[in-house]
Each structure stands twice: as structure tokens, then as C-alpha cells.
Design a protein around this ligand. Structure first.
Ligand code: ACO
Length: 428
């Protein structure tokens, strides 16, 4: 590889391919002409060495444990900013002025109600339906209600649909929860903050006024910030791929929600808490560590390891601190937190986890906080989807705005039968 090009020699042919540099991070070899020039494809299942797009939104250095949104470190945003401000930053590229932030927050709060007819969708689901199943269906159905913002070629319609998705997601998430517990839906209140409104819609009842606990509201807002975007992860790539065909943003975000649900992705926060409950007390930890290391046992430490972070996930650091704040505010002390801390300590000193660079990820502590706030485990992934919606729509909008955008269409290494003649069933 030279300064600005890489050379590939295969089958006696030599091709030069441009090497492109971003602002920071690894350079990329631009292989777009490789097939035309050589007849070869590249092979990279799981995209471990493949950059799928240009993006100016989020940067991760997995080796150093760095996460930047539009250049700002996640730790600074989590400590000093607000979710509304981070949404504005992700969507627009710069931090808002005070006036811009007020205008943006007001716009979002004015879009929080859903079409009244959407409420009847919920009664079509079983009461015991997983709220993520409900989210996939109801968010996808939004495209049937908001036709006036589905022309993706119109930047203004894209902006409106982005605002609608960010604004309505807490309402839909709270409705999914209310439906599962048999309580009436609570309408949004626009004088509350984004997080405060969500907490009230989730835990409030019409029979009495709900008081938002400021420390919990702050923790909720911070959890939303920590989950707002994460570069080209599986669900974001799903949203981009779905959107590359020109599908509307509501349908694309529903596709993202479906992907997010998997236990290797965000379903891990639910799995991590279930694992901690199963472990129970610190004395059982060695048994589970041994299982995680056993190649013949499919068990993995949930909330540990990450495709990109080969260091402590910077979001897990903030999350761990937030556990204590929520416990203090609610005067609770879940012994599972001690189990989690001890598990982390033991794992981080075990050569298996050290050598494989397996550290706690964002999901390791989030379940403990969400559980203390009162969310059932089935809602954990829903909260992640709620917060990630801004990342999905920012990435989707970036893709659609790119004049060079093409439909996503990977190729394959075919391993099936070569061409053969059909045999009539009577001769088989
Ligand atoms: N416990 C035990 N061993 C693990 C774990 C774990 N949690 N994670 C990875 N390993 C081991 C694998 O067995 C493998 O070992 P080997 O090289 O001897 O075969 C090695 O570490 C590499 O693991 P891969 O699965 O190849 O790594 P990959 O980058 O594909 O996977 C993933 C990343 C899916 C997150 C994985 O670490 C995992 O399954 N973790 C548990 C689930 C989890 O917490 N997911 C949340 C991710 S964060 C998010 O989505 C927000």
C-alpha cells in the first residue's frame, strides 16, 4: 500500500486502488472498480473489514474506547448536554444556540401525540406480546398515517418525518408498556421534558398526578444520550440498507427495530440482567466464568464483548456511575449491582477475557438501572430503540442526501450446485 493507493495482485493481474482518508480513523481501500477491472469480489461476511459508507456523524475508536458524536466525546455529552441537544447535534451537525435548542425542543414536543386511530392497533396484539413485537408493527404502521412526509426526495419532508419519529417514539413505547399491563394510555404533556414526559406516560395513571423525580429524569435523559447513535452498527446498517431502495423512513426505522431486537445486539441488556439474576450471588461467579470460557458450552457473559470496542465501552463507564445516582435518588440497593461489579472485576483479571479484549459493554449495567426505575426487562430493548431513533434517522437522512447514494446490494460467494437439468418428479 502506498500513500494514496493499494495494489492487489491476483490471477496474474495487478490493479491499483485508491486509498481514501477520513478525518480520523483507518484509511479505506476504495474497491468499487475491483469487479469491473478483475472479475473478483471481496469476501467479508459480517463486514469486519468493510466500510459501507462515508459518514460525518459518529466516530468510534474501539481500541482506545472512544466514541464521538460530531466530534464531541460521549462522556462530555452525557455529563453536560441533554438528549434534545444531542438529537439536534446528530441531525444538524453542530450544537444548537439557546434559541435553536428551544425551537427544536418545542417542535419535538408539539409532535408527541400519535394519530388517535393508531391506538386501536394495540388491541390487535395479545396482552402478553413482547413490546418489541408491538414496536415493529406500530412504528411500521406510521407510514400509513403520515403520507405527507414520506416523499424522501423532499428535504423538508425528510426533516418533518425525522421530527415525527423522534417525538412519537416515547409515546408509542409508553403505549406498548401500558397495553402489556392493562392500564389506560396516558397522553403526552408538552410542558415536561422529553424524558420526564416519557416517564409520566409510562408510569403515570389517570387516577392521580405523577411526579417526575428529577434524578430519575436526568438518568433517563442520560441513558437516551448514551444510546443515541453508534456509527454503522447492525440496526443502523439495516436502516440504511432498507432506505437505500427508497423506502420511507417509518418503514426503515421499523426494520431497524427488528434488527435491534436480536440478543447479539441490544437484546443483550435484557439477557445481561437475566444472567445476573441467574448468577444471583458473587460466590456463583466462578462457575459462570468457567462456563463462558468453555468452548463446548454456548453460554457467553452477556453484556461483555463488542465487535468494535476492544477496550472499556465508554458508555458503560457512564452507565456504571448512573446506577449509583439512581439508587441514591430512589433509595434502593439492588444486590445484583454488587454481583455485576464483582463479575466485572473477576472477568477483567482473567487471562481469557484479557487476551480476547472482552470488556463490559453498554448493556452490562443498563439493565440494573432500568430495573431500579421500574421497567420490566421486556422494555429494555424498547428504550434502546426509542433513543436510537435519532441515530437511525440522522444516518438515513445523511444517506439520502448523498448524491452518490446507490441501492445497497452485496454480492456472494456461491457454494450451491452448478447448473443442472430439471428432472420431472416421476423420474426422481
Ligand atoms: N463471553 C465469552 N466469550 C466471548 C464473549 C462473551 N461475552 N464475547 C466474545 N467471546 C469470545 C468468543 O467465544 C470468541 O472466542 P474464540 O476466538 O476463541 O472463538 C472471541 O471472544 C471473539 O468473539 P466473536 O463472537 O467472534 O466476536 P464478535 O465481534 O463477532 O462478537 C459480540 C461481538 C456479538 C458482541 C460478542 O462479544 C457477544 O456475543 N457478546 C455477548 C452479547 C452482548 O453483550 N451483546 C451486546 C453488544 S453491544 C450492543 O449491541 C449495544
Amino acid at each position: 500500500m502506498s500513500d494514496n493507493q493499494a495494489t492487489l495482485t491476483a490471477d496474474g493481474q495487478t490493479v491499483d486502488m485508491p486509498v481514501r482518508s477520513g478525518t480520523i480513523g483507518p484509511d479505506v481501500v476504495d474497491i468499487r472498480k475491483l469487479y469491473a477491472q478483475t472479475g473478483l469480489f471481496t469476501y467479508d461476511p459480517g463486514f469486519t473489514s468493510t466500510a459501507s459508507c462515508d459518514s460525518a456523524i459518529t466516530y468510534i475508536d474501539g481500541d482506545e474506547g472512544v466514541l464521538l458524536h460530531r466530534g464531541y466525546p460521549i462522556g462530555q455529552l452525557a455529563e453536560q448536554s441533554s438528549f434534545m441537544e444531542v438529537c439536534y447535534l446528530l441531525l444538524n451537525g453542530e450544537l444548537p444556540s439557546a434559541a435553536e435548542l428551544t425551537k427544536f425542543s418545542t417542535t419535538i414536543s408539539r409532535h408527541t401525540m400519535v394519530h388517535e386511530q393508531l391506538s386501536s392497533f394495540f388491541s390487535g396484539f395479545r396482552r402478553d406480546a413482547h413490546p418489541m413485537a408491538i414496536m415493529c408493527g406500530v412504528v411500521g404502521a406510521l407510514s400509513a398515517f403520515y403520507h405527507d412526509s414520506t416523499d424522501i426526495a423532499d428535504a423538508e419532508q425528510r426533516r418533518i418525518s425525522a421530527h415525527r419519529l423522534i417525538a412519537k417514539m416515547p409515546t408509542i413505547a409508553a403505549m406498548a408498556f401500558k397495553y402489556s399491563v392493562g392500564q389506560p394510555f396516558v397522553y403526552p404533556r408538552n410542558d415536561l421534558s422529553y424524558a420526564g414526559n416519557f416517564l409520566r406516560m409510562t408510569f403515570g395513571v389517570p387516577a392521580e398526578e405523577y411526579e417526575v423525580v428529577p434524578a430519575v429524569e436526568k438518568a433517563m435523559d442520560r441513558i437516551f444520550i448514551l444510546h443515541a447513535d453508534h456509527e454503522q452498527n447492525a440496526s443502523t446498517s439495516t436502516v440504511r440498507l432498507a432506505g437505500s431502495s427508497g423506502a420511507n423512513p417509518f418503514a426503515c426505522v421499523a426494520a431497524g427495530i427488528a434488527c435491534l431486537w436480536g440478543p447479539a445486539h441490544v437484546g443483550a441488556n435484557e439477557a445481561a440482567l437475566n444472567m445476573l439474576k441467574e448468577i444471583g450471588t458473587p460466590d456463583k461467579i466462578p462457575e459462570y466464568i468457567a462456563r463462558a470460557k468453555d468452548k463446548n458450552d454456548p453460554f457467553r457473559l452477556m453484556g461483555f464483548g463488542h465487535r468494535v470496542y476492544k477496550n472499556y465501552d465508554p458508555r458503560a463507564t457512564v452507565m456504571q456511575k448512573t446506577v449509583r445516582e439512581v439508587f441514591d435518588a430512589l433509595n434502593v440497593n439492588d444486590p445484583l449491582f454488587e454481583t455485576a461489579l464483582e463479575l466485572e472485576h473477576i472477568a477483567l483479571n482473567d487471562p481469557y477475557f484479557v487476551d480476547k479484549k472482552l470488556f463490559p459493554n453498554v448493556d452490562f449495567y443498563s439493565g440494573i438501572i432500568l430495573s431500579a426505575i421500574g421497567f420490566p426487562t421486556t422494555m429494555f430493548t424498547v428504550l434502546f430503540a426509542l433513543a436510537r431513533t435519532v441515530g437511525w434517522v440522522a444516518q438515513w437522512n445523511e444517506m439520502i442526501s448523498d448524491p452518490g447514494q446507490k441501492i445497497g446490494r452485496p454480492r456472494q460467494l456461491y457454494t450451491g450446485p452448478a447448473e443442472r437439468d430439471y428432472i420431472p418428479v416421476s423420474n426422481r
